[in-house]
Structure formats: structure tokens, C-alpha cells
Design a protein around this ligand. Structure first.
Ligand SMILES: O=C(O)CCC(=O)C(=O)O
Ligand SMILES: [Fe+2]
Length: 353
């Protein structure tokens, strides 16, 4: 039986909004090597770059849903920590990319503080012991085992998705997997995202437009707010959270590796609409990235060799540098399947801050 989720505790998804046509792919079927599910995965990876991964029927998938609910409870407790405590773990104090980050929204309260949009990036290598961990709040330390299980479970899904993608790309088995060994240092991380209560602003919506920098992203959200822009249009449509399914999307690294055959789709987060307005919005993300030392460039073999040579994108850069430079607003723009960065003046960084 599929595990219970907490979606029903929130007001329902708004009526009458246009939703994105994400296909639903069953993890259990991918595990069983079902041909149709595998083909659906490849098609979605080429066309929209986003799909639902249906977890029920797979013991790994059902475990991930349970862990995601536990982490959702934890992220709300993290949210409740005093700003002064979280500020001690601000990324300016810890690391160019990992740690806590916020932007202030709304007017100043009586205690002199402002509501915040927040994110907290927790490095995979800290969590599984590949390196000396960065300092973190006690609340996080107390849930280390939960975070560890989540890392290993998400990575098991990502490794399986890579096997299927390699097969369809007709590249040697292991060619992409070997750039993503869990034992090696990488930018993989778990992220807690929180958007404070706020009204829609066109400028803020545009500022949050981004593609993910890495390989594959596994996302859980509970309220409306995630929007994707459909291919070759300017139309933004909502992604409806489906209880028991993750939203999976491809990142820039897969576009680079496959010379644009696979798609990293632009997306953004806007405030939830009625009846879900008036609530803070949380999402839980697992980002996978190539190992730090991997140079992001076109790979050789299979269908990739049939891709045209891009005239615009000759930047070859190590994954570690790519992530930091993208996140600080260097290399601005949105990385598209057409190759190269599509300049969008307001786009500065991955995520919704
Ligand atoms: O909050 C969401 O639903 C999506 C978040 C996201 O796209 C990100 O953190 O990169
Ligand atoms: Fe994203």
C-alpha cells in the first residue's frame, strides 16, 4: 500500500489554473526494466525535461516518500528556528555554495525583523562522511541518520535513471554513471526551500526563473507555486503536486553531456494562489551533480555523436566551478537545450531566492 502523505492537510490545489503536461513514470516499472516506462522516461527527458516519478509499488520509492514526509516535518522545525541561529550557518560564513541563505520580504515587524525566503543546502559529502562536515544547527545534527538515508535512497533512484538514459543514448554502459560516483566529492545536496507569505510580483517571479545546474533533481512539494515554461513559448504553467510522486527534472550538466539532446527546462516558483495563499511554502529537493573534477563538456558516443556541433557553447569548466559561478550570478542566464546560455537579464541563480 502506498504510504500516506501530508498533502491532504493543506488546502487543495487551486481550481482553473493551467497545469503542465508532465507524464507519470512508475519507478517500479523502471526497476522491472519495463520497456514502455523506459521509453517514456527518455522521451520526457528529451522533450520537457520534467516528469513525475510515481513511487508506489516500489519499496525504494515508498521509502523515499516516507523519508520526504519526515524531512518535510523537519524543514518546518528548521523554519521555526530563530533567524539569529540560522544566520550562524549563512553561506558567507561557511562555504561559497552550501549553508543557509535568505532574502527579506515584506515590511519590518515590531521586533525589527522581516519575513524571509530561505534555503538551506546540505552537502551530500558531509552527510555520508566523504569529508569533514560544515557546522550545522543541532536540530540538523539530530536528524543526520534521516538525511543519510535520504541521500542513499535518492542516489539509488538517480543511478537507475542514469542506467536507463545511457541505454537510450546508446552510449557504453557506465559512461555517465562513472561521472557520478557517490563516494567522490560532488555538489550533490539536499535543499530545504521556504517561501514566506507574499503576494505575486512579476519582478520576483522573473528573478526566480532558472534551470537546475546539475544532473537530475528529485523534488517534493506540497503547495502550488512551481511553474515551468513550455518549450519554445513564453507560457508559464503550474506543476501540480501529486501525493506519492516526486517531480524529477534534468539539469544543465545533462544538456552539456549530450550536446543538447536532453533538456533542462526553465522553471520558477511563485506564491501559491487561493485557497493556498496565506501559507508559507516549503519544498524539499535532492540535487545530483557530476563529481567536482568532471569537466562539463559534450561526451562521445551513441546518439550524442549525431548532435550538431554548437557554435555558441565552447565553455568547458569543472563541475565544482560551474556550480559556484552559476550560483553567485556569474554565467548569468538560462542554459537551454539549444546550447549555450540564453541571456535573461534578471536571472542570477538557481532556486527561488
Ligand atoms: O519549490 C519548488 O517547487 C521548486 C524549487 C526549485 O526549483 C529549486 O530549488 O531549484
Ligand atoms: Fe529548480
Amino acid at each position: 500500500m502506498a504510504p500516506a502523505t501530508s498533502h491532504h492537510l493543506y488546502p487543495p490545489f487551486p481550481d482553473g489554473v493551467v497545469t503542465a503536461p508532465l507524464v507519470s513514470i512508475s519507478l517500479a516499472e523502471l526497476e522491472a526494466d519495463n520497456v514502455a516506462a523506459s521509453e517514456d522516461l527518455f522521451k520526457a527527458s528529451k522533450e520537457l525535461g520534467f516528469f513525475y516519478l510515481k513511487m508506489d509499488g516500489s519499496s525504494l520509492g515508498e521509502k523515499i516518500v516516507l523519508l520526504a514526509e519526515e524531512l518535510h516535518a523537519l524543514q518546518k522545525k528548521f523554519d521555526d528556528l530563530p533567524f539569529a541561529e540560522k544566520d550562524q550557518f549563512a553561506r558567507e560564513k561557511l562555504h561559497p555554495f552550501f549553508g543557509y541563505r535568505h532574502s527579506e520580504i515584506g515590511s519590518i515587524r515590531e521586533d525589527g525583523t522581516c519575513d524571509r525566503n530561505e534555503l538551506y543546502n546540505m552537502r551530500k559529502d558531509d552527510i555520508i562522511g566523504n569529508c569533514e562536515p560544515l557546522p550545522c544547527p543541532d536540530l540538523i545534527k539530530q536528524h543526520w541518520e534521516l538525511l543519510r538515508e535520504y541521500v542513499y535512497s535518492c542516489r539509488a533512484v538517480i543511478d537507475l535513471l542514469i542506467v536507463h538514459l545511457e541505454r537510450h543514448l546508446q552510449v557504453p554502459s557506465g559512461m555517465i554513471a562513472r561521472l557520478h560516483r557517490i563516494t567522490e566529492r560532488s555538489g550533490d545536496h539536499i535543499r530545504f526551500n521556504k517561501s514566506g507569505i507574499q503576494s505575486y510580483s512579476e519582478e520576483a517571479a522573473r528573478r526566480s526563473e532558472h534551470t537546475d545546474f546539475g544532473t537530475l533533481t528529485i523534488l517534493f512539494n506540497w503547495l502550488a507555486g512551481l511553474q515551468i515554461r513550455l518549450q519554445d513559448t513564453e507560457d508559464w504553467v503550474y506543476v501540480r503536486p501529486i501525493p506519492g510522486s516526486a517531480v524529477v527534472n534534468l539539469g544543465d550538466a545533462l544538456v552539456k553531456f549530450t550536446a543538447g539532446l536532453l533538456r533542462s527546462n526553465i522553471h520558477r516558483v511563485v506564491p501559491p494562489l487561493p485557497p493556498q495563499d496565506g501559507l508559507s511554502r516549503h519544498s524539499l529537493v535532492y540535487f545530483s551533480r557530476p563529481e567536482d573534477s568532471v569537466v562539463l563538456r559534450r561526451l562521445k558516443g551513441g546518439l550524442i555523436d549525431r548532435q550538431p556541433v554548437s557554435e555558441t557553447d565552447d565553455l568547458e569548466i569543472r563541475a565544482e566551478e560551474w556550480i559556484v559561478r552559476r550560483s553567485v550570478g556569474d554565467l548569468q542566464g538560462v542554459y537551454t537545450h539549444k546550447g549555450g546560455l540564453e541571456p535573461r537579464t534578471l536571472v542570477v541563480a538557481e532556486g527561488s531566492l
